[in-house]
Design a protein around this ligand. Sequence first.
Ligand SMILES: Cc1cc2nc3c(=O)[nH]c(=O)nc-3n(C[C@H](O)[C@H](O)[C@H](O)COP(=O)(O)OP(=O)(O)OC[C@H]3O[C@@H](n4cnc5c(N)ncnc54)[C@H](O)[C@@H]3O)c2cc1C
Ligand SMILES: *[C@@H]1O[C@H](CO)[C@@H](O)[C@H](O)[C@H]1NC(C)=O
Ligand SMILES: *[C@@H]1O[C@H](CO)[C@@H](O)[C@H](O)[C@H]1NC(C)=O
Ligand SMILES: *[C@@H]1O[C@H](CO)[C@@H](O)[C@H](O)[C@H]1NC(C)=O
Ligand SMILES: *[C@@H]1O[C@H](CO)[C@@H](O)[C@H](O)[C@H]1NC(C)=O
Length: 649
Amino acid sequence: MRTVVTVFSLLLPTLLLLVDFACAQPVNTTSSDEYEYIVVGSGPGGGTLASRLARAGHKTLLIEAGDDQSANLNVTVPGYMAAVTEDKKLRWDIFVNHYKDQQRAQRDPKYVWETSPFEYHVGPGAPDGAEPRGILYPRAQTIGGCGTHNALIWILPHESDWNNIAGITGDSSWSAANMKQYEQKVFSWLHTQPTDPTILINDLSLAQQYVAGAAAAGIGPDPINAVTGLVNLLLNDPNSQINPQRDSTEGFFQVPLTMNAGTRTGVYQLIKETVKQGYPLTVQTNTFVTKIVIDQSNSTAPPKATGVEFQKGKYLYRASPLSVQKNPSTAGSAKATREVIVSGGAYNTPQLLKLSGIGPKQELEQFKIPVIKDLQGVGKNLQDRYEIPVNVQHTKDFNILKGCTFDSKPHDQCLKQWQNNPYILGQRGAYATNGLAAAIVKRSSYASDSNTDLIIFGGPVNFDGYYPGWAEHAIADHKHFSWYTLKAHTRNHAGTVELRSADPFDPPSVNFNYFDTGTTENGADQLDLQAIVQAINTSRSALAEYSHYGLLGGPPFTEEAPGPAVQTEAELQDYVKDRAWGHHASCTTPIGSDNDPNAVLDGQFRVRGVDGLRVVDASVFPQIPGVFIQAPIYIISEKAADVILSAAK
Ligand SMILES: Cc1cc2nc3c(=O)[nH]c(=O)nc-3n(C[C@H](O)[C@H](O)[C@H](O)COP(=O)(O)OP(=O)(O)OC[C@H]3O[C@@H](n4cnc5c(N)ncnc54)[C@H](O)[C@@H]3O)c2cc1C
Ligand SMILES: *[C@@H]1O[C@H](CO)[C@@H](O)[C@H](O)[C@H]1NC(C)=O
Ligand SMILES: *[C@@H]1O[C@H](CO)[C@@H](O)[C@H](O)[C@H]1NC(C)=O
Ligand SMILES: *[C@@H]1O[C@H](CO)[C@@H](O)[C@H](O)[C@H]1NC(C)=O
Ligand SMILES: *[C@@H]1O[C@H](CO)[C@@H](O)[C@H](O)[C@H]1NC(C)=O
């Protein structure tokens, strides 16, 4: 670890400040370690919270299944945002069902078969004996969680997302007006910035696609001044702090990224800084929590979380491709004198609660897990967005990608440019962006309120969802361009996360129950579907506008996906139902009102019926917030810190 850090430090002097790290200190895992707070999972939810608790002077243990990857170029270089999701050192391959009916699920060409451990076949024609697995859902085990391998996109939630929680809980501290302070707290340590427009305007074909997108959004610049027009449009900030109508404003926007001077930012940096500055934060990596220890000895009080049991070892969770090495592990435990906070993410948090005896009684009994608290809502209410692309192939390469091989090998010219240049006037080049620099934002005709519900990103990639090898496919050549949509405010809340076994290293069974197999009340599934079809239509209008900006000289292209054969409303709907995907899994241990039998948490993140136990991560939302999810998670984590610190007084 030390050697790796040193080598990369020479290449990246700016990171030098961050590399001295507590996980390199020996940690005594044998027994009797005692802390005030124990936080399980170091993603945007847990990492932010643990840092805050320690900064307030509380002895805090942050336990993380993965290790420190902050010197890994796949992490630091924004241009490697696809490659990093396939990096074995971080990746967890979780397989999910969009549809329980496997025949229907297999209509998706992204459906995966496992031919031998962690070797996959994608799509029809799997060899005999291959195991059907489902749809790949990338997750990360590392300091910073999925915030360390995600696509960096930073978009604040809508005000209605907060006001809804205030309404459900009757707790006005959740109001959008009050949540602003937590947003500001995140901004005090997390640097964000959009892609530098000068990187884009070096590529006139790309600029031509973008101005065409703006035209489809109704604000296309005059073709004669297209480039200046584009630069002006890229000043449009979807996170505007001054536009009171922000949440309902349609148009064409820059895409803010968790990035500083062209290098990825994330909670991993806050965690490391917190340790480095001497706050009482112990970060225990390569440690997998198997159970929350719950004391039931006081018959007149609710059960109380008093600590955790874990196994210390590398790549223990069987979603890690490196788990095949069967690394040794040793058992251990730690005590929390105040509280245990679970922040394992939308899949692992419900799994860990259930393994610890908190969840639907009938499911726990099926696996002979002693029931401590029958909470029916644990692992229900799983939500996500729906995503779909329109992809075209140009006859010529995009200039911006010249020399980019995306593999951090010596021939990677774009990496050289990124490493050898300061971040001024876009000199770090194509790798100082995630490639998705701008987006069309729209309110579909099927939205249930005044907020926008479609965000359509444009970028020079061939992105068609997640499957093993998706990253190589997305950047295999330099000729593809994608307009790809995320549908916000989806109505489906019928997903589930259920135990497969009582073995903590077995990933759970995840069923999203898409469209007509999920929430259908009041035509919910059709409304979502039609909105997405409308987004495909908008993407196609953007492509149709391209020729109006022929002065920029971009080459012609042909549509590959959905492709010319997919035209009628029925064809488009089938295409979406078969191929849509998501990557913002959430809402699996929701906050809810006192009279909601499926509420898992109260408005203060407390697990109902168990003392000393909270959840702080993507699982807490009653409804999936905003258009992107990391910002709301960081914000709720700042709120949770405030709530917990007030309670400690
Ligand atoms: C490919 C991809 C791209 C994405 N891009 C974006 C984007 O551009 N913008 C955006 O807003 N969102 C994006 N997201 C989503 C976002 O990154 C996640 O929703 C967010 O990181 C979730 O935060 P979390 O704290 O809930 O959980 P996570 O980030 O999943 O963190 C949970 C952590 O807990 C650890 N853990 C789990 N169980 C245990 C256990 N039992 N013991 C010890 N440790 C445990 C895990 O190792 C992990 O590090 C993306 C997600 C993916 C997969
Ligand atoms: C762990 O801590 C205990 C109690 O403080 C001590 O007796 C033991 O030697 C320590 N073990 C290691 C491996 O450091
Ligand atoms: C980055 O990830 C890819 C897999 O996508 C892997 O082949 C490569 O070795 C990783 N690079 C580094 C620097 O770890
Ligand atoms: C048991 O719980 C009751 C009620 O919360 C409390 O008053 C009492 O002190 C507890 N007893 C012990 C031994 O902790
Ligand atoms: C999308 O476009 C197709 C083809 O032009 C049209 O038939 C359909 O009604 C449109 N759908 C929506 C929801 O806009």
